[in-house]
Design a protein around this ligand. Structure first.
Ligand code: NAP
Ligand code: ZN
Length: 352
């Protein structure tokens, strides 16, 4: 065991502050990574403030962060894919049982015994796992991803959650050329969804509550932008979408979007507002529409997504901040005031 510098929250109402945490010594299948950048996901905020207390209560101190990019510092004796000096990335999961039907199907994210990067029981050290707002992390090789060398690292970090969470449902629901695709909420996830849907050849419509994001949406790859608070603008798209990805972090009227789906159209929720949403059965019955959810993505699919990003030179648009600004960043996230992801430069932790 060794100590690593980190940023943690002591309770649901405390700001994050500097601390040190325990990391395990390298096991034979482990990779130790010096963290260079860690993205800030809205899930970090939901967790730190215990907003998901009914399904996933937070345990404190909480060190969030699951959009990790860094450099390998040491590898265990059984590690074959990585060597010291390599770029490496870690997303939302650091372990799973490897034996259940979900793991056998290569869908580790649905394993009932999956270990999240933070706020999951830690079988090695006891207590809970600690995430990427830290100077280093030790992770089992299977859960460590390779980063294409052409990608900007600060922006590549957010591919590990915002990227895979939007890429996976688009692949699952067959987003391709000729499909009309909606993206609701132009935040961290939403802006990645626009980039992917555009790269996959779809006609992309962004729904935003922020009129000041209209021009950006087009630059990111949208073909049309709808200000979702404008009912007339919404009506023009009734019954026309093949697929809509809802990436909104707060309570909102999902029925307004269900109405925009064509026959057999699907709306997938990736946003995880703490309060349950009210769904109109009638809106779903007509045109046999469906509503589903999607959770991050499997390890193999995450690597596929990273390689896709390497080929298409896709990364998140980031505002790089020092770790000392993380509390301010959370407040701005709540105001939808980030273009479009905060990425923490972990070098800032060295001065603490
Ligand atoms: P974010 O950067 O804060 O973006 C959320 C966006 O939602 C905002 O930019 C805003 O877009 C829109 N929005 C916010 N409040 C709204 C309201 N009251 N009404 C309508 N729209 C509103 O958050 P994020 O990091 O992208 O995460 C989004 C959600 O996905 C969070 O709930 C997060 O926990 C969840 N998540 C899920 C997974 C998964 O595996 N399914 C993975 C990661 C994150 P506009 O300004 O364009 O309106
Ligand atoms: Zn996330």
């Amino acid at each position: 065991m060794y100590r690593a510098k980190a940023y943690s929250a002591a309770s649901a109402t405390s700001p994050l502050a500097a601390t040190t945490i325990a990391r395990r010594d390298l096991g034979e299948q482990d990779v130790q990574i010096e963290i260079l950048f860690c993205g800030i996901c809205h899930s970090d905020l939901h967790t730190v403030r215990n907003e998901w207390s009914s399904m996933m209560p937070a345990v404190y101190p909480c060190v969030p962060g699951h959009e990790i990019v860094g450099r390998v510092t040491e590898v265990g004796s059984a590690v074959t894919k990585f060597k010291p000096g390599d770029l490496a990335a870690v997303g939302c999961m650091v372990d799973s049982d490897g034996t259940c039907p979900e793991c056998q199907a290569g869908l580790e994210q649905f394993c009932p015994n999956m270990t999240l990067t933070y706020n999951s029981p830690d079988v090695h050290l006891g207590g809970i796992t600690y995430g990427g707002y830290s100077e280093s992390i030790v992770v089992k090789e299977h859960f460590v991803l390779r980063v294409p060398s052409n990608l900007d690292l600060a922006g590549a970090a957010s591919l590990l959650c915002a990227g895979i969470t939007t890429y996976s449902p688009m692949r699952h629901w067959g987003v391709t050329k000729g499909k009309k695709v909606g993206v609701v909420g132009l935040g961290g996830l939403g802006h990645m969804a626009v980039k992917f849907a555009h790269a996959l050849g779809a006609h992309v419509v962004v729904f935003t509550t922020s009129p000041n994001k209209k021009e950006d949406a087009i630059l990111l790859g949208a073909d049309e932008v709808v200000i979702s608070r404008n009912a007339d603008e919404m009506k023009k798209h009734a019954g026309s979408f093949d697929f809509i990805l809802d990436a909104v972090s707060a309570d909102h009227d999902i029925n307004a979007y269900i109405q925009l789906l064509r026959r057999d159209g699907n709306i997938t929720l990736v946003g995880a507002p703490p309060k349950p949403l009210a769904v109109s059965a009638l809106a779903l019955l007509f045109r046999r529409r469906s509503l589903s959810g999607s959770l991050i993505g499997a390890i193999a699919e995450t690597q596929e997504m990273l390689d896709f990003c390497g080929r298409h030179n896709i990364t998140a648009d980031v505002e790089i901040i020092p770790v000392q600004k993380v509390n301010e960043a959370y407040e701005r996230l709540l105001k939808s005031d980030v273009k479009y992801r905060f990425s923490i430069d972990m070098a800032s932790l060295k001065s603490i």
